[in-house]
Design a protein around this ligand. Structure first.
Ligand code: TC6
Length: 692
């Protein structure tokens, strides 16, 4: 065995040289890895071996470029040097793939002459999710090996294709038995040597491009079909243009030049900076300084849910999906039946639903009218009406019923969890698990740590979140926690703006153009304006009161802030406009023209300021946690990173402070800057610099 460098070894098995990488956690292509590969291949090619296998130790094949090196000075061998060395090898090169071959990792594998993979391996070019495109020849090689349509789909979705599918599309040449990758790759190499066929490079294989030549409509149709999904993002369009270049350029190298140019544009732009930041933000959110990774956790083998309404049912589905049995308790039989029937319907309606899967999941759900049935549950989550007296009553009962060590969780979105915990004799077992609606779909889970919550309860909740496919963020107890507390700022300004002369569709348009999936008024119409509205108590004091009194209760009644046609397409409503103008006149003011810039700044800057208050009070661990909440739970466009990242993008604390002060001077203390904002600005810091 030759040790090439600290992460690479070269061995020989008979006439096959084996270059092995071992750079945990994911064998990313750091300078050290590139150097090792370059030197390893050089020596392997110079040796008396007849073929070379590239394989990785640890959990995965190369999972991509090392994202932490992006933006830094380039060191060591370039990726292109490595690729040229492999592709130009006079001896067949075989990439042996397990785990994931992603991004630069797949681009390296595409410079081998053959690829062998175990069935559990997955292959993909996920750069689009980092606001990038595969800038190491992937845009030119993938369509050559898998065809234009597959390449379009894979590169713009970033999807990781399972090895079997990769085999079907020609990306993988042979599947190896699980656990026997090295032996299979070496045997494959010997077979290739014995056949003695000329070596084919992917770059020279143009046959799969032919079908798309002279058919620009393939690309246009693809753009049209995905316009909604790609809205606002640069990277999908740039990936498409590269594939167009693969088809239309006279040579591989010219296509590569297009790729290089577009890659550099994306790499130096703010969208990719935001998306790369976000990649690490999501992983960082899992790290809690005083709850280290090795904190023991409690076993969660059975879950109880109190309440079979929309929220309770959605929460239950998450656990059933993960194979964890759930007991759902309701007060009345008809509510329980309705809840279980809704869950069944949701399963039956979900894409690709198989009847046997639905049955399997339903069989994990047990309905009951008796809270005593929670007695053997390891975790109970209540999803009952949001009233403190009801919550306290529930927790008193849970405390009496549940076994010692069971975690007692509340799904409250605003109530004080310390107060809820205070009625139990075990506040250390009480935690907030704030799911977002629809709870079976939304990725975000706010995990709320109360004063006495035990560390192992936090560790268990974070781990469990991952198991059920959620992205968890830890927050402290405060009204609205992280997400809704910041949302309240935006909602308040949106409402105020329409009292000054902006129309709901103006506010919505500005926020939609910013990248939110929908503005606050369109959202209210979708949810129903009458949520929380009581006819008997309505005094026509707000626009919403008047709209509801006129039975304009949102999309479901065909009208709300907007008018809707039979296909639920929204149109600005002259009725709403008149109601608003009447309100303004009644208040003795004149409607004024509100600029788009003002709408955006008034909605966004107070959100950033509130984020700073949350940090100041220690209710979020770090600025990026706030961003994870907003991207995952509230549709903040990931290409703008989240409110705190965006704050830095537009000029950092100094700029946000200046804006807040200017608004405060004319509009009062809704714009009062947080003390920490003043401090960060005075210190010339960025939000990202904040550490507690
Ligand atoms: C590219 O290749 C561009 C090429 C152009 C060439 C010019 N770099 O996700 P996990 C870390 S772009 C650096 O928790 P999993 C991660 O931060 C890249 N670090 O594990 C974490 O560190 P921590 C294209 C990376 O098993 C640890 O590894 N490739 C990278 O749930 C474990 O990660 C991608 O976009 C990286 N590339 O999932 C793939 N990747 O423990 C990105 C991971 O200190 N990676 N880390 O927090 C993934 O999708 C997943 O990590 C995974 C493993 C599926 C590989």
């Amino acid at each position: 065995m030759t040790e090439i460098n600290s992460v690479t070894t070269l061995t020989q098995d008979g006439d096959v040289a084996i270059v092995t990488l071992n750079s945990p956690p994911v064998n990313a292509l750091s300078a050290n890895v590139r150097d090792g590969l370059f030197e390893g291949f050089k020596q392997a090619i110079a040796s008396d071996a007849k073929a070379v296998v590239l394989i990785c130790d640890g959990r995965t094949f190369i999972a991509g470029a090392d994202i932490t090196e992006f933006g830094g000075a380039s060191k060591g061998a370039s990726l292109f040097d490595v690729q040229n060395m492999m592709e130009g090898s006079p001896k067949p090169v075989i990439a042996a793939i397990h785990g994931t071959a992603l991004g630069g990792g797949l681009e390296v594998a595409l410079c081998a002459h053959y690829r062998v993979a175990v069935p559990s391996a997955r292959l993909g070019l996920p750069e689009v999710n980092l606001g990038l495109l595969p800038g190491a020849g992937g845009t030119q090689r993938l369509p050559r090996i898998a065809g234009v349509e597959k390449a379009l789909e894979m590169m713009t979705s970033g999807r990781h294709a399972p090895a079997k599918e990769a085999l079907e599309m020609g990306l993988v040449d042979e599947l190896a038995p699980e656990g026997q990758l090295k032996e299979a790759a070496v045997a494959f190499a010997r077979k290739v040597v014995a056949e003695n066929k000329p070596l084919v490079k992917v770059r020279d294989n143009n046959s799969k491009l032919e079908a798309a030549k002279g058919h620009p409509e393939i690309f246009e149709n693809f753009r049209k079909a995905n316009a909604r999904k790609f809205r606002g993002f640069l990277a999908p369009e740039y990936n498409i243009r590269c594939i167009e270049a693969a088809v239309n350029s006279p040579s591989f190298d010219e296509g590569l030049n297009v790729e290089r140019k577009l890659f550099m544009e994306l790499m130096t732009g703010s969208q990719s900076a935001a998306q790369r930041y976000y990649f690490f933000a999501e992983r960082q959110a899992q790290k809690i300084p005083d709850v280290p990774d090795d904190t023991p956790t409690r076993a969660i083998n059975k879950v109880g849910i109190l309440g079979a309404g929309t929220m309770g049912g959605g929460i239950a589905m998450n656990f059933a999906n993960a194979g964890i049995p759930v007991t759902i308790v309701e007060l009345k039989q008809d509510a329980l039946d309705r809840g279980l029937a809704t869950i069944r319907k949701n399963y039956e309606r979900s894409r690709g639903a198989k009847p046997e899967e639905t049955e399997k999941r339903m069989s994990l759900l047990t309905g009951s009218l008796d809270m005593d049935d929670f007695k053997d549950c390891d975790l109970v989550i209540e999803a009952v009406f949001e009233r403190m007296d009801i919550k306290k009553d529930v927790f008193t009962k849970l405390d009496a019923i549940c076994k010692p060590g069971a975690i007692l969780a509340t799904n409250t979105s605003a109530l004080n969890i310390d107060e809820i915990a205070s009625v139990t004799k075990r506040p250390e077992d009480v935690i907030g698990l704030h799911f977002f609606s629809p709870a079976n779909v939304m990725k975000l889970l706010e995990v709320i740590r109360a004063d006495h919550t035990a560390k192992d309860v936090i560790a268990t909740s974070m781990k469990l979140a991952k198991k059920i496919g959620k992205i968890a963020v830890l927050a402290g107890v405060c009204p609205g926690f992280i997400g809704n507390r910041i949302l309240a700022q935006r909602q308040r300004e949106a409402q105020k703006l329409v009292f000054e002369g902006a129309m709901p569709w103006d506010v919505d348009r500005v926020l939609y153009d910013f990248g939110f999936p929908m503005g606050p008024f369109a959202m209210s119409d979708l949810a129903g304006l009458d949520i929380g509205w009581v006819k008997e108590k309505s005094k026509g004091e707000t626009i919403r009161d008047v709209l509801c009194e006129m039975d304009r209760r949102g999309q479901k009644t065909g009208a709300g802030y907007y008018d809707y046609d039979e296909n639920r397409n929204a149109k600005p409503s002259p009725v709403t406009e008149k109601i608003i103008n009447d309100f303004i006149v009644k208040s003795g003011r004149n409607p004024r023209k509100v600029s788009d810039e003002e709408i955006l700044e008034r909605c966004i800057y107070p959100m950033i300021n509130e984020g700073v208050k949350i940090l100041e009070e220690g209710k979020a661990i770090r600025p990026s946690d706030i961003d994870v909440v907003w991207v995952n739970g509230y549709g903040w466009p990931v290409y703008r990173g989240g409110p705190m990242f965006y704050g830095d993008l537009v000029g950092g604390p100094a700029k946000v402070l200046e804006k807040m002060k200017a608004f405060q001077a004319t509009m009062g203390d809704d714009f009062k800057p947080a003390a920490l904002l003043e401090q960060l600005a005075a210190e010339g810091k960025k939000f990202a610099d904040f550490k507690r």
